[in-house]
Structure formats: C-alpha cells, structure tokens
Ligand binder design. Sequence first.
Ligand code: PMV
Length: 358
Amino acid sequence: MNETRSAGTGGDTGIGMGGSLPTVTARAHANIALVKYWGKRDSKLNLPAQGSLSLTLAALTTTTTVHFDAGLARDHLVLDGQVETGKAAARLSAWLDLVRASAGISLAAEVVSANDFPTASGLASSASAYAALALAASRAAGLILDARALSVLARRGSGSAARSIHGGFVRMQAGTQPDGSDAWAEPVTGGPGEPGSDAEWPLRMIIAVVGGGLVKEHASRDAMEHCAETSPLYAGWLACVPGDLVRAEQAIRARDLDDLGQVAEANALAMHAAAMASRPAVVYWQPPTLACMQAVRALRKRGLAAYFTMDAGPHVKVLVHARDASEVAAAMGAVPGVTSVISSAVGAGAEVISEVIG
Ligand code: PMV
C-alpha cells in the first residue's frame, strides 16, 4: 500500500515483546460536511472529485476494538452487538487487506464496533466507523501512522472518514496524484484551535432525526456515482464547490457564522439538487425534512443565526451558536415527524483509548 507511510515501531510486523499483536480500542466522532463531498475522481481508490469541509461532532461517536488473531480463520465483525456477514463484512475485509499488506501480516481480525447513534441512516456513521477503524486496526497491526497516513487509510473505507481523523473544522484535499497520496484531510488553518473547548467560537450542531433513523435508501457511495453518471446538474454541482470552499474557510477564519451558514446551506441544496436530477432520481428528503428547513428559516426571521444542511438521509442538521442551541433544538423537536433531536458540541479527533499487549 504505497499511499500509507509508517513511522514504524516494533518493526514491520509490529509483533510485540511477547510475540503477539495488541488489542487496540479507538474512538472517533462523525463529522458533518458544510461543503459536501459528492462525486469521485477514482472509485477504486475512493478519491474525491473535489475538496470538502466539515465539522467534527462530539455527540456522534464510534468506538472500535481490533485484534489480529492467529486463532481466527476469517475476519469477524460485530457491529452494534450483531455479527455482520453481508456487504459490510466483505467491505471491511477488503479494507483490512490494505492494513495487512502494509504491516506484512496475514492474520484475520476480530473487529467489534459500536455507534452511539443510528447506523447507516445518513448520520455519517461510515465517517466515524472508518476513522476509528483506521486508528485501531493500524495500531493493532503494529503500525504507527501519522495523521496524514491515517487520513488516507480512512479514506479508502469511506471518503468522509478521512475528515474524522481530526477535530474541529477540517478540510479535505481532493489531490491530483493518481495514487491518492495527496487526497487527505487536515484541520482548517486559522480555525478555532481547541475543538470542543468552546473558548473561542462556541458552536453547536442540532440534529433533527427524521423517521427514527432507519437505514437509508441509497448508500452515498452508490448514489454519488449514479449522480455523476446520469445527472445533468452534476457538472454544475462540481463547478460550485471550489468557490464554496474558499468562502467557507474565510468565514471560519473570520468567525462569521452567518457567512458560513449561508454557504453551507447553499452547498447542501446544490448537492441535493444534483442528486434529485439523477435518472432515476435520488431523493433523500421526506416531508419532515422540508418542514425542518422551513422551521430554520422561520428562526432566522426572528433574528437567530441558524443554518441547515442535509446529507445522504432525511435528517436535518442545524448549525447554531451555543447560546441559541436549546431554543433551536426545541423548535426542531416540535416539527411533526422529527423523532429525536441531538445537540452536539464540536468534537475532537480520533484517539486510542486502550492498547492491551499480548
Ligand atoms: O463518505 P461517504 O462515502 O459516506 O460519503 C459522504 C457523503 C455525504 O455525507 C453526503 C457528504 C459528505 O461530505 O460527508
């Protein structure tokens, strides 16, 4: 795997002193894009067509434990207490092969992962999942990767996961290299220094869960490719991203919530317009999704700085200042069809929470 560099400890195989590999648990938070990733320049390497920009969220967490075990005949994945055997398990094994190749091992892995929010519902579970996995699996295989290499590895599992390696506001580079070595994420320069500390710019994301967080209809991976192939609006979507990225970064550096919110809203609507124009159409919205957008506009009319964004699902995420969070959460909770509301502070980057040797 030539894109992933190892700073290396414990040699190429990473076998510990006792001859076996450690069991590593890592945690990562989901992120919500304010300038979306929607379209690839290479689907095999999962390379984005354009950059993107996100906010990491403290309230949406995946915790994952990985152990490469000589006693296992094949990879074993337990997700939210359920043994997975289908597509998710096959996708995970193909991704684990990248880690095994990089570490020079051939052992199967036990992966136990849990989300504290609904999985595969458009709440960005693949972002936190593959970010936590990249950290836990690389360490469990004996590799110590720097943040850039971790981001590249996470990206191979899910494009948005590259961003969840970091906390706060994160910018993803599309890169130009065919091998993807320059398609990685990093914190936004000049962004608030301490994610989650609230010291500098206390923001919240209010998540209005629509329809109980059921599994989404169109996986983002397939839907964005279908959109690129069939939507007459896809080219227009791609063309608006570079300018939106510049404007979003300027707004972050200026701590200008209104400007950041306006560009985030416009960008989300452009992404969904391109998706809806696909043939056949990809429509993620449900009636409560539109009602939430209307409720956000009504809050703005009353003078609140509140701005919405939506991803590959019906839920609406609203960016607000911390002082307005409870009022906005109550307004979202009052929209018929909203089944729960999550209020999240800004989250930190992926971290190892335990490493047990032997
Ligand atoms: O990382 P993926 O393949 O699940 O794609 C994420 C797509 C969006 O959530 C809609 C946008 C984004 O940038 O996160």
